[in-house]
Write a protein that binds this ligand. Structure first.
Ligand code: NAX
Length: 333
């Protein structure tokens, strides 16, 4: 049997982690035969709750789990990790401005970046889920200069999965028949869910463009976009809590694809360090379509960008530049 992969989950006593840990422990992400050591980080007041989570992992009786280490100490949590799911962050409280949330959370990611730099393997793959995910990933990477910037990514896979599900429902096909829908930019309400390059297999075996299959450009450029952008808020309104099961599934999908690669002809969206592709600002974590091979992503280049898409890419890029500025001011203080 392979030697265990060492994986840290932060915010391990929270609701996303509660769904994510089961998927990790049963082999959905790193492989059905890949043993795993889980280190679970949360803050000191959550240690009792975390103890309950550890009991439940044991009670799942899953053979791949070799060890579970609950801790409030980043030095323990990040020691020699191969993969990191940075889920833990402060939730937005009533009356709190976006700016206040950003200041509180980027500080967490500064500290965790420093800890990754000091304790993790240099090959560690870091997925940032905690919001504001793109900017947190940027800050985390900045404070972990000994780890390649390409090893940090931010999660927009939930938005991609939501978009794919909306298109599949509209086309009355199962979700796997829809491919290559793109989420551009920030994981926020300025994100741009783009179906212009998406394809659907309607049963003939050879995919056709989603645009031609739906044949309703007004829907694709208005209702579809806003439904995906506002899906998180719709879930909160209904559930009184934010997306957790779907967020955990998306985190698992994201890391699965980093680990095992994307399928030929398919791409996925993730927030990665921008090289200025598609005339986006450089050095922000921007969600692009990527293909992955040997645990390395590459931005899919050369897709035609319509005037409508251009405007959307510019709006979300501008927001990320503003977030970067605010975050740097907080961290340098
Ligand atoms: P919860 O509030 O249920 O759990 C968060 C956990 O993080 C808590 O147990 C808390 O004690 C812990 N925590 C806080 N500070 C910490 C620190 N410094 N070190 C370690 N742990 C710490 O939130 P949950 O619903 O699990 O959501 C977690 C984060 O994911 C939030 O920031 C949320 O906004 C974000 N999301 C991101 C999504 C994305 O697509 N990128 C979608 C889902 C989700 O909204």
């Amino acid at each position: 049997m392979a030697s265990p992969v060492r994986v840290v989950v932060t915010g391990a006593a929270g609701q996303i982690a509660y769904s994510l840990l089961y998927q990790l422990a049963k082999g959905d992400v790193f492989g059905a035969n890949q043993p795993i050591i889980l280190t679970l980080l949360d803050i000191p007041p959550m240690m009792e709750v975390l103890g309950g989570v550890v009991m439940e992992i044991a009670d799942c009786a899953l053979p791949l789990v070799k060890e579970v280490i609950p801790t409030a100490d980043p030095a323990v949590a990040f020691k020699d990790v191969d993969a990191a799911f940075l889920v833990g962050a402060m939730p937005r409280k009533q009356g709190m401005e976006r700016k206040d949330l950003l200041s509180a959370n980027v500080k967490i990611f500064k500290v965790q970046g420093e800890a990754l730099d000091k304790y993790a393997k240099k090959t560690v793959k870091v997925l940032v889920v905690g919001n504001p995910a793109n900017t947190n990933a940027l800050i985390c990477s900045k404070y972990a200069p000994s780890i390649p910037r390409e090893n940090f990514s931010a999660m927009t896979r939930l938005d991609q999965n939501r978009a794919q599900a909306q298109l599949a429902a509209r086309l009355k096909v199962s979700v796997d028949k829809v491919q290559n829908v793109i989420i551009w930019g920030n994981h926020s309400s300025t994100q741009f869910p783009d179906a212009a390059h998406a394809t659907v297999d309607l049963g003939s075996g050879s995919p056709v463009s989603v645009e031609s299959a739906i044949n309703d450009n007004a829907w694709l450029t208005s209702e579809f976009v806003s439904t995906v952008q506002k899906r998180g808020a719709a879930v909160i309104a209904a559930r009184k809590m934010s997306s957790a099961m779907s967020a955990a599934k998306a985190a698992a999908d994201h890391m699965h694809d980093i680990w095992h690669g994307t399928k030929p002809g398919q791409y996925v969206s993730m927030g990665v360090i921008s090289d200025g592709s598609y005339d986006t600002p450089k050095d922000i974590i921007f969600s692009f379509p990527v293909v992955i091979e040997n645990k390395q992503w590459k931005i899919v280049k050369g897709l035609p960008i319509s005037a409508f898409a251009r405007e959307k890419l510019d709006i979300t890029g501008k927001e990320l530049l503003e977030e970067r500025e605010e975050a740097m001011a907080v961290c340098e203080n």
